[in-house]
Design a protein around this ligand. Structure first.
Ligand SMILES: C[S@@+](CC[C@H](N)C(=O)[O-])C[C@H]1O[C@@H](n2cnc3c(N)ncnc32)[C@H](O)[C@@H]1O
Length: 291
C-alpha cells in the first residue's frame, strides 16, 4: 500500500481458512492448470500456518509526512501523564469521577451486555438469606444480583445513573448513590453485598469508609459479602486469566471468578475493616457484631 491508503485508511483481513487455487493434475502434480477463468480447474486449499513479517524503518529525525492526523509524532499535545496519587478528598473524588464514574457512565450499555453470569459464591450467599430479608447491593451495576433470590427484598445502588436505569428497565429497585453515603437508615439491612466495587475508591481511607458504610446499613447480626480486585494477580503459582498474557478470549463476568475468590475470610465487621485496608485481593463474608 502506498500514500493515503497506507497512512490514513484502516483495513482488516478476513480470517479465511481456505484459498482458491488452480487444481493440480493428479497424474502430474507438478503441472498446475493456471487458467483461473475456467472455474472447473480451481480447487480449495486449506491454509496452514501463515507467518506475516512487517519490516519498519526507525526514523531518527522529526516526521514531516503529509498525514499529520495519522502521525503520532505530529500530534499537537503530548500523551497525558498517568494520574498522581490523590492528596486530598477533593483530589480523590475528582480522580474517581474522571477515571471511574465517567467511564462506567459511557460504557454502561456494553458493560451490562457482558455482565450476565452471577458468581457462584455470591449466589450461595444470596440463597442463604432468609425469605423476607432486606438486601442492599452497593455498587449493583446492571443489577445482576438483585434477582438471584426472589424471596428477599433487594435494593441496589450505584454511582452510574445509566446502570441504575438498566436495573430499572430489568424490573429491579435501584437508585443512584455513592457507596460512601448510602441514603438508607442505619441497621436497616439483613444483608449487604458489594461486589467488585471498593477497589474503585482511590484512597485507603475512602475504601475503609465504604466498608464502614456497609456495616452501618447492617442490623446487628446482619451479614455482608464483599469482593474486591486483587493487586496480586497470582495465587498458588497460577496467574489470573484476566492478565493480558494469559487471556485467550473476551473477558466477561464468567471467565475468572476464582481470581477474586483467591482468599476467603470470615469475621466480624472489625475484621472486614482491617482486611480491606491491607489487601485488595479478597472476598469476605462478615457478620455485624451485636452491640
Ligand atoms: C465492576 S462493576 C461491578 C458491578 C456489580 N457489583 C457486579 O458485580 O456486576 C463496579 C461498579 O461499581 C460502581 N461504582 C464505582 N464506584 C462507586 C461508588 N463510589 N459508589 C457507588 N458505585 C460505584 C460502578 O458504577 C460499577 O457499576
Amino acid at each position: 500500500m502506498k500514500g493515503e491508503s497506507r497512512y490514513l485508511w484502516t483495513h482488516g483481513i478476513t480470517p479465511r481458512k481456505f484459498d482458491v487455487v488452480p487444481a493440480c493434475d493428479p497424474e502430474s502434480p507438478a503441472a498446475v492448470t493456471s487458467d483461473l477463468s475456467n472455474h472447473s480447474n480451481l480447487t480449495l486449499s486449506r491454509r496452514g500456518t501463515r507467518t506475516s513479517l512487517t519490516f519498519r524503518k526507525v526514523r531518527r529525525t522529526p516526521c514531516d509526512c503529509g498525514y499529520p492526523s495519522g502521525c503520532d509524532s505530529q500530534q499537537p499535545t503530548a500523551p497525558p501523564s498517568p494520574p498522581s496519587l490523590p492528596r486530598s478528598q477533593t483530589d480523590a473524588s475528582r480522580l474517581e469521577e474522571e477515571f471511574v464514574h465517567r467511564v462506567y457512565e459511557e460504557i454502561a450499555g456494553h458493560f451490562s451486555s457482558t455482565r450476565h453470569s452471577p458468581w457462584p459464591r455470591v449466589c450461595d450467599f444470596l440463597s442463604s438469606l432468609e425469605p423476607g430479608s432486606i438486601l442492599a447491593d452497593v455498587g449493583c451495576g446492571n443489577g445482576k444480583y438483585l434477582g438471584v433470590n426472589p424471596e428477599v427484598i433487594a435494593v441496589g445502588c450505584d454511582r452510574s445513573s445509566a446502570l441504575v436505569q438498566i436495573c430499572s428497565e430489568r424490573g429491579f429497585q435501584a437508585f443512584v448513590s455513592d457507596a460512601l453515603n448510602v441514603p438508607l437508615r442505619s441497621d436497616a439491612c439483613d444483608a449487604c453485598i458489594s461486589i467488585a466495587v471498593i477497589h474503585h475508591l482511590s484512597t485507603q481511607e475512602r475504601r475503609q469508609a465504604v466498608v464502614e458504610e456497609l456495616a452501618r446499613l447492617l442490623r446487628p447480626g446482619g451479614r455482608a459479602l464483599i469482593y474486591v480486585w486483587a493487586v496480586e494477580q497470582e495465587y498458588n503459582k497460577q496467574k489470573s486469566k484476566y492478565l493480558k498474557e494469559t487471556r485467550h478470549g473476551p473477558t466477561d463476568d464468567s471467565t475468572d471468578h476464582n481470581n477474586q475468590e483467591s482468599k476467603r475470610l470470615t469475621g466480624n465487621a472489625t475484621d472486614a475493616y482491617n482486611t480491606a485496608q491491607d489487601t485488595s485481593g479478597i472476598s469476605m463474608g462478615c457478620t455485624k457484631s451485636p452491640l
